[in-house]
Design a protein around this ligand. Sequence first.
Ligand SMILES: [Zn+2]
Length: 138
Amino acid sequence: MYQSFDNYTQWRIIDVMRKVKCLYLITLIVGLLSSCTYTASNMTHGGFYIAGIDFVYCTSEKTCLHETAHQIDARHGFISSSIEYQIAIRDYAVSNPGKLWSREILSYSGQWSEMYAQMYESVHGRVELFPVELQKYY
Ligand SMILES: [Zn+2]
């Protein structure tokens, strides 16, 4: 059975399809942006990382190191958010009072991804300078 539409009906169908496509694109963009908000929350200090597209933006050596750490974290499946990492880092701090980062770790109340990035930043990306038990997380 062949059904033919008059020109006006054809135009209406095309118009509706155009609107549906447009709504779809808007939904996609809003979805993408909202999923980036969490990982792109560090724009205040001159850089950010967008996990969804594995993209680093940075404006200085310091911010490049920092955002690269977020990239490494994401590539390890956001290891800094894992219980394993959080236990390991606290164990290190408790077992090594007075050593590098111990006091900061024990009093830290922010997001662990930030501590992860700050630690990487502070050794200028030289993972071999980390305590041995924490090196595997980078
Ligand atoms: Zn950060």
